[in-house]
Design a protein. Structure first.
Length: 314
């Protein structure tokens, strides 16, 4: 099979042995695979894939067709459209994944949308609802509202009856973010726009002092990104006074049982919203690239200034 491959910090296309489905696993012919910030970090050697996942083939999400079933796998049949989060190896013509991590693709979604859905909508749903406990009527602040996780979090929160404010660094993207259901603001002086019941932190350390200032009493800060820095200094008295909580999360290294649970929750609480009339959710696609142009896709991702996902089509 052909696959995007990391070689000395660059992305090249190379031939690899076809993977084989093991116990409880499914071999999938990949049709689309989304790019994420973790892929950019892995290319630079800063975020290695967890044990058991390919170290040189990036990609944490894909959509495709079931090709073969391993021993004991029976949840899906050959030919069914499926999508999943994986520890790595998604940006290839073939991928192997445990059947419990797979989700069915809603009929309304084409391949690029399905390929860009699993990572960002699972991450956003887990962070905002499972961990931070956002409730109808509360106010959510999303940092980085134009990115994949940001656009997913905005739509999920609005569908749940919360109000949303999103920081968007580039002025030209704010109108598009607002169209998703958020009040789009500059990333400067955002604390004055509070108070917020939940803050989804995708930028990192530079925001944390102002996050705490902007937080409502009993508010929650969920840190799932540290692209701008990982170390900061906080006033713990302010944290205590607001009876606030700060917690962090990643998905990639979780064990199978936890990943399977997130997939079941997304199946039950998120996927039906793609098939309402009109759809309550959509996957904004900034641009698609063929697998042969994976290096160009990575450069486009790194350039920024986009709304939504960059997706490889196979």
């Amino acid at each position: 099979m052909r696959a995007a491959t990391i070689r000395e910090g660059e992305i090249v296309i190379e031939e690899h042995p076809d993977p084989v489905a093991g116990l409880g696993e499914v071999l999938v012919r990949v049709r689309a695979a989304g790019l994420n910030g973790a892929d950019m970090m892995q290319r630079r050697g800063l975020y290695p894939a967890p044990a058991g996942s390919p170290q040189d083939i990036p990609g944490m999400e894909f959509a495709g067709e079931v090709l073969e079933l391993g021993p004991g796998a029976n949840r899906f049949a050959a030919g069914e459209r499926v999508m999943a989060i994986v520890g790595g190896g998604a940006q290839a013509e073939l991928a192997v994944v445990h059947e419990r991590q797979l989700m069915p693709i809603p009929d309304a979604l084409d391949w690029p949308a399905a390929g860009g859905l699993p990572e960002v909508f699972t991450t956003a749903h887990d962070a905002v609802f499972v961990q931070a406990g956002l409730r109808p009527g509360e106010h959510l602040l999303v940092h980085g509202g134009a990115g994949g996780v940001g656009t997913a979090a905005i739509q999920l929160a609005r569908a749940a009856g919360a109000s949303v404010t999103a920081t968007v660094r580039r002025p030209e993207l704010r109108e598009q973010v607002a169209a998703l259901g958020a009040r789009a603001i500059s990333d400067e002086n955002f604390a004055a726009e509070g108070p917020f019941d939940v803050i989804l932190e995708l930028v990192g350390a530079p925001n944390m002092v102002d996050d705490l200032q902007a937080l409502a009493t009993g508010g929650r800060i969920c840190v799932i990104g540290v692209s701008a820095g990982a170390k900061t200094e906080l006033n713990l008295l302010a944290l205590m006074g607001k009876r606030a909580r700060i917690h962090g999360s990643t998905l990639r290294a979780r064990p199978l049982e936890e990943k399977a649970l997130t997939a079941r929750l997304v199946e039950r609480e998120v996927l039906p919203l793609f098939e309402t009339s009109p759809p309550a959710l959509r996957v904004p696609i900034a641009e698609t690239f063929p697998l042969a142009e994976a290096a160009a896709a990575y450069e486009r991702f790194a350039a920024g200034g986009k709304l939504g996902k960059i997706v490889l089509e196979l």
